[in-house]
Design a binder for this molecule. Structure first.
Ligand code: NAD
Ligand code: IPM
Ligand code: MN
Length: 360
């Protein structure tokens, strides 16, 4: 097959990790007989520096005409003083919205060989490890509601509004229930329905959708309790469905249970096959350009691209197996390193995974 992929390295460690993911995609292409055209475009702080805007039209056009988008990360202290709409982060929200990528799928899985990197007691994780997925609504909620900053009666004030309509809730609920059908048939809805009106609507709609999935069990947790339960007993979860802001926070929390935020991939999907694939972590300015970043989250995001945008499950499985084997062989970047393991940098980790792909 022939695929066009828009590649958006972005800022900080973005270029470091994307370089490795692109090599992995190329290697998989060679193995399985696919040809990739990579269109590299600007996004985030680097785009602002070069063009005056964080999300140039040429980037959006390329994404809209591609089969998939692979993104590194955006943002950094250099751009923190910019106005809201000029910030690198605004570009990320903008591209998600423009491509209507309302469903952000964030799997959190503990690799057998990374048990030592998990900060929870071994008896909490148990023999079977951990395998949960956070289904985060991505184009609504407090990230996109009306906002304002103003001076009222001489006092500076600001607000953001958490806003959802029933259609936005319904479609993400369907994604969650369908995902649960392919997994352990359990959905935990996370909201703040004891306080927020928007959460009461959210919960009502999720319960309505649940009736179409009688084979799936639905539980509800308030977000504060959910954050606690994730470290108390993460094995109680299968699929977590939640809004944009709560999903952002809970998925970072879940990532650390797997050993590092450098391990967690994501897929952002809309109604069709076009998706954007990015690690859940940020641009990690503290380690940018030092060959220290863990590229696995981005490489696993590329695997999700094969599954979700291309429908190529064998290719995705090949990448996941290669990652697993390299970890089993004891290679670790600094974020997941423990005694007795071999410390490697970003490039070597990428290289090792490419070699395994060829050998599998
Ligand atoms: P971050 O995820 O960038 O970093 C948090 C911590 O995790 C840091 O110590 C970092 O070194 C570490 N880390 C992250 N990714 C890693 C990897 N692959 N390997 C090893 N260690 C890794 O979060 P932050 O520091 O809050 O944000 C930094 C910048 O990134 C901010 O400008 C923020 O807005 C932006 N950000 C962007 C995205 C994105 O582009 N999707 C996501 C989150 C944050
Ligand atoms: C993420 C990030 C983004 C988000 C920011 C950088 C806009 O934290 O992808 O998780 O909050 O969605
Ligand atoms: Mn985040």
């Amino acid at each position: 097959m022939q695929y066009t992929v828009t590649v958006l390295p972005g800022d900080g460690i973005g270029p470091d990790i994307i370089r490795e993911a692109v090599q992995v995609v190329e290697r998989v292409g060679r193995k399985f007989g696919h040809h990739f055209t990579f269109e590299e475009r600007l996004i985030g702080g680097v785009a602002y520096d070069q063009t005056g805007e964080p999300l140039p039209q040429s980037t959006l056009n390329s994404a809209l005409h591609s089969d998939a988008v692979l993104l590194g990360a955006v943002g950094g202290p250099k751009w923190d003083g910019l106005k809201g709409e000029e910030r690198p982060e605004a570009a990320l929200l903008g591209i998600r919205k423009a491509l209507n990528l309302f469903a952000n799928i964030r799997p959190a899985k503990i690799y057998r060989s990374l048990r030592d990197a998990c900060p929870l007691r071994p008896d909490i994780i148990g023999e079977d490890g951990l395998d949960i997925v956070v289904i985060r609504e991505l184009t609504g909620g407090i990230y996109f509601g009306p906002r304002k900053r103003e001076i009222r009666d001489g006092v500076e004030m600001a607000y953001d509004t958490m806003l959802y309509n029933e259609n936005e809730i319904r479609r993400i609920a369907h994604v969650a229930f369908q995902s649960a059908r392919k997994r352990n048939h359990l959905v935990t809805n996370v909201d703040k329905a004891n306080v927020l009106e928007v959460s009461r609507l959210w919960r009502k709609v999720v319960m309505e959708v649940a009736k179409e999935y009688p084979d799936v069990t639905l539980n509800h947790l308030y977000v504060d309790n959910a954050a606690m339960q994730l470290v108390r007993d993460p094995k109680q979860f299968d699929v977590i469905v939640t809004g944009n802001c709560f999903g952002d926070i809970l998925s970072d929390e879940a990532s650390q249970i797997t050993g590092s935020i450098g391990m967690l991939p994501s897929a952002s999907m809309g109604e069709g096959a076009l998706g954007m694939f990015e690690p859940i972590h940020g641009s990690a300015p503290d380690i940018a350009g030092q060959d220290k970043a863990n590229p696995i989250a981005t490489i696993l995001s590329a695997a999700m691209m094969f599954t979700y945008s291309f429908g190529k499950l064998e290719e995705a499985a090949c990448i996941e197996k290669a990652v697993d084997e390299v970890l089993e062989a004891g290679y670790r970047t600094a974020d997941i390193w423990s005694e007795g393991c071999t410390l490697v940098g970003t490039r070597q980790m990428g290289q090792l995974i490419c070699e395994r792909i060829e050998a599998i």
